[in-house]
Design a protein around this ligand. Sequence first.
Ligand code: IPE
Ligand code: MG
Length: 224
Amino acid sequence: MDGNGRWATQRGRPRLFGHHAGAKRVREVIESCPDVGVEYLTIFAFSTENWKRTQVEVAGLMSLFRRYITKEARALHKFGARVRFIGDRVRLDAKLIKMMDDLEEMTAGNTRVHLTVALNYGGRDEVARATKRLALDVSKGLLDPDDVDEETLPKYLDTYVLPDPDLVIRTSGEARISNFLLWQSAYAEYEFIDTLWPDFSRAEFADLCAQYGGRERRFGAVKV
Ligand code: IPE
Ligand code: MG
């Protein structure tokens, strides 16, 4: 969800105004998932690098996350969204962590849309944390190093219950991955679009999903 800051600047408003506008777009994207055939939606809300922003912006974003959960939890549950959070929780404040836990617990039985929110998430950080836990299992004798392969490692990632992404959409004209689902996106299709996140619409989402449906994916093989 990139481009909130520029969207606000274009309007002569503070960056946080853009983040609030961006947050408002999330609901319609979630709610259009069943119509466009998306069962798993992952949104990148805050990266491990975003702490480098000013204290005002970081605090504003954290407060926005708390407010968003408070405001949207009921609607998400009613809609049938199962919410999960990925990322490292250690740097988040206790109040927010509790809200994240409660939302995950409340929606645990839902299946209509699997919504994953990446919060204090970084792909490299995730792989490093996974490797640490894997090494711990080896040191305890729970895992044989000979058994470490492409199937074993992802079991230690935050996304262990989720399928790999089919399509990654990045808004705001930047053609970068910025540490998002690095391992998981090895064979993802990418769409880099110019729209700033607060302008991203249900219609554009539907278009991108339809285009994706027409792509040929070979996963390194040759079509026979
Ligand atoms: C939102 O967009 C991303 C978040 C960290 C919430 P930005 O804040 O990166 O917006 P730009 O890139 O400055 O326009
Ligand atoms: Mg940005």
